[in-house]
Structures are given as C-alpha cells and as structure tokens.
Design a protein around this ligand. Structure first.
Ligand code: GRG
Length: 306
C-alpha cells in the first residue's frame, strides 16, 4: 500500500515510534494524577476505570491532539487536559461497545473486557465514570481570546454526543443484519470513529489559540484521517488475527455488519483509504512542513497492522 506523495520523505525521517512512546508516557502520567486514585472509595469502580484505561491502548487520539497543538505553535502542557479527556471518552466508548447489549466482546486491548473482569453493572458504571471524568479533566484547559474554555468543552461534548459518536453507534446497532449503502456506511464511520479523531486534532489546535485558517486545515486533516482510520480498521478485522489486533477479529462478518470491504471490496477500500490520506497530507500543506508529527501519524494510520 505504497503512498506516493512528496511528503513521504519527511514521514520517513520522523521517529514516530519514539514520538508515540514519549507522548503516551506523558499522557499516562497525567491520567494517573488527574483520575481518582485506584483506592478511592468505592475502590471497585476506580479499579475498573483504570483497568480499561491502562490496558495498553495505542493513545492515538492524545497523540493527534498534542501534535496538532505543536503544529499551531502551542505547548504539550496546555493541550494535555484535552488529550487526556479524549482518551477517557474513547475508552468509555470501548467499554460500552464491548458490553453484551452491544458488540458482546471478550477481548480488548489484548485483555479480557471490563465486564468480563468486573461484571456488567460495574463495566457500565466504569464507562459512565470515565465519560464524566473526561469533562472534569478537560475543564483544566485554559481558554483563549479565539477559543474560550466553554467553546472547547462544547466541542468535546459535540463529538461525544448524540449527533456524532453516539449517533454513529445507534446507526451501527440499527444497521446490523441489514444491507447498507456506501453512503449509509460512511455516515456511521464518520460519526462512530472520525468525529472523535477529528475532535482530538481540533482540540489540540484550540489549546494553542489556533487561527481560523489553521483550524480549517486541521479539521480537513482530521476528517480525512478519521475516515481512513475506520476503513483500515474494517480491513484489519478481516485480514488480521485476534492475537495481532488484541481484540476479536472477524467480528464484523459474525455480526453481519456492513463494512467497506463487504460493500466495496478490499482493493477499492484500500484505494479509498489511500485517497483520504492523500487529502489529509494536502490539508497539512498549509503548515509548510511544520507539522511532521501529524504527517507521520497519517502515514502510520494508513499502514498500521493492528
Ligand atoms: C458506546 C457510545 C458508544 C460508542 C462506541 C468505540 C465504538 C463506538 C465502537 C467500537 C468499535 C469500533 C469499530 C470503533 C471505531 C473506533 C475504533 C476503531 C476504535 C479502536 O481504536 P484504536 O485502534 O484502539 O485506537 P486502542 O485500543 O488502541 O485505543
């Protein structure tokens, strides 16, 4: 899946693995401090929240958030509450998605799912707890002349709410066993996956008091990368094993879910993911090579194998 673009040279020169490891460690340190301690009463719920949050996620959304802040001349310190907030929301959505009433999965991030370890009731509450803490953590960010704290928090609520993330999940549930059109599937993917990824990038930009033009460029980047990410996820569900993915492979076929490969075929799906990634690179041209981490992340998300 070679991506022929002038930017590929910059991408190769960037140490993304080092960048991701360093950013993930910083995010984990902040999350440890900002979340209620594991022993806080009642300990079960705080253990469950931390179990899923520190189970070994790739921390891609926080990395995108921090990289967007850096591209706009901001700091990791200012963006950190927002990076942590999106990871809490992402983890809550995974816990709830794995529940028997939804995808009914046993494996997540290479470990038994939250409800398998703590029971269904605690898993529901652990998701609720992470969603709620996300907003408390996000409220630690500072506001700017261009982006007030209120606007930043509303941005997060919009992406996580019933018109984006939850809308995508509802359409996904209601679409099971039905023949969906490519447009209907795109609706689901844009909301279920792309909205929070795009929001991560936009929040990073906002934490850096981004100009309207910077925010426009990063929104285009986030939307394209977000959709490409889910198409690759659909492909990996078919091509990889559960061990490689750290979650149950082949779930989409088993649940009779429409996916890009099932509607458009594998080759066309790959071609669309490449095309979307090219569009994301084009959006980054606005930064004249000053967004190397974002470029490397887009390239990595296209070529990832888990
Ligand atoms: C329950 C409101 C609600 C929403 C659930 C997250 C989700 C929506 C569904 C899970 C299944 C799925 C295909 C989600 C799309 C997003 C996605 C591919 C999540 C996995 O993201 P990674 O690969 O996971 O970044 P890690 O574990 O590395 O953080």
């Amino acid at each position: 899946m070679a991506l022929k673009t002038g930017r590929i040279k910059t991408v190769r020169a960037f140490d993304l693995q080092g960048y991701l490891a360093q950013r993930a460690a910083a995010v984990d340190r902040a999350l440890h401090v900002w979340l209620p301690p594991a022993g806080a009463k009642p300990a079960t719920i705080h253990k469950a929240m931390r179990y899923s949050l520190f189970a070994g996620g790739k921390r891609l959304r926080p990395a995108l958030c921090l990289a967007a802040a850096e591209a706009c001349g901001g700091s990791i310190r200012q963006a950190m509450p927002l990076a942590c907030a999106v990871e809490c929301i992402h983890t809550y959505s995974l816990i709830h998605d794995d529940l028997p009433a939804m995808d009914d999965d046993d494996l997540r991030r290479g470990k038994p799912t939250c409800h398998k370890v703590f029971g269904e009731g605690i898993a529901i509450l652990a998701g609720d707890g992470l969603l709620t803490e996300a907003f408390a953590i996000a409220a630690r960010c500072r506001g700017w002349p261009r982006h007030s704290r209120g606007e930043i928090i509303r941005e997060l609520a919009w992406a996580a709410g019933s018109r984006q993330l939850i809308a995508g999940q509802v359409a996904d549930l209601e679409g099971e066993g039905k023949k969906l059109s490519a447009a209907e599937l795109k609706y689901i993917h844009q909301r279920k996956t792309s909205a929070l990824l795009c929001c991560s990038v936009r929040l990073g930009a906002m934490s850096a008091n981004a100009s309207p033009a910077q925010l426009r460029a990063l929104s285009a980047f986030g939307l394209n990368v977000g959709l490409a990410f889910q198409i690759i996820d659909d492909i990996l569900d078919v091509t990889q094993t559960s061990e490689q993915l750290g979650k149950t492979a082949g779930k989409d076929i088993a649940a009779q879910k429409a996916t890009y490969p099932s509607i458009l075929g594998m080759e066309k799906s790959r071609a669309i993911a490449v095309q979307l990634t090219r569009r994301a690179f084009r959006a980054l041209e606005f930064f004249h090579g000053k967004a190397p981490a974002l470029a490397a992340l887009a390239d990595f998300l296209l070529k990832r194998d888990k």
